[in-house]
Design a protein around this ligand. Sequence first.
Ligand SMILES: [Zn+2]
Length: 234
Amino acid sequence: MSNKEDVQVLITVPHGDCNKDSLTNRKCDRVAFTVASMIRTSLEEIGILPYFYSNTDIPRQEMDMNRKSSRGSHFRQSITEVLKYMASVDKLAYVFDIHSFPQRGKFPIYFIIHNTREIVDQATSLGSILTIEMGFKIGIYIINSECDIITQAHDHAPGAFPFLIEINEDVTNGVITRLGKNIAKWVALKTREAPPELVAENVANTEPEQVAVKAKEITIDDETLARVEQEGAW
Ligand SMILES: [Zn+2]
């Protein structure tokens, strides 16, 4: 636990280029920028100023900003610099890499994470909060390649907790707003001086077994995964 000032958050949006062509062929993540902006605003409202990097210029067809091949780009190099800085100071650090997908999935929101004990614990913790506060389960899918920004985060800031967050584009604006506020609240709860109004009583009073999120229950089903992979949603 640490002071609120001692938490760092980096928010990235690699597939945010939603120009007219992208909207037609669905190559961009349509709601990712909106979701990322909501998380940013919600964090700022409680005094946590995140780093924010959104690629809204380069279409995914031209260069996929979430792949190894784009590491030399300005967008990715900027992220590398922030990650190196985050690693150089002794602070709790989160990386939220925000995406969205158009398919109907088993869950409205997925976390895509690397398989380390620490990040699985963090993802389960955030998933539990979102389940309790928003009333639906969160899918957690463990992957060890392809999602290059979280790989980059693990490489350059090994103490940080990187999440790739996938939002179903069918979610309402109300869900997006609550998602932003609840993620910000969760980050604040990780700090020692969380504002009292942010301390969720029902979370504190919930026995672990009542929390619906358990790793083995929330693995994305194979059919959805196949569809998502086919479309290259992340
Ligand atoms: Zn994406």
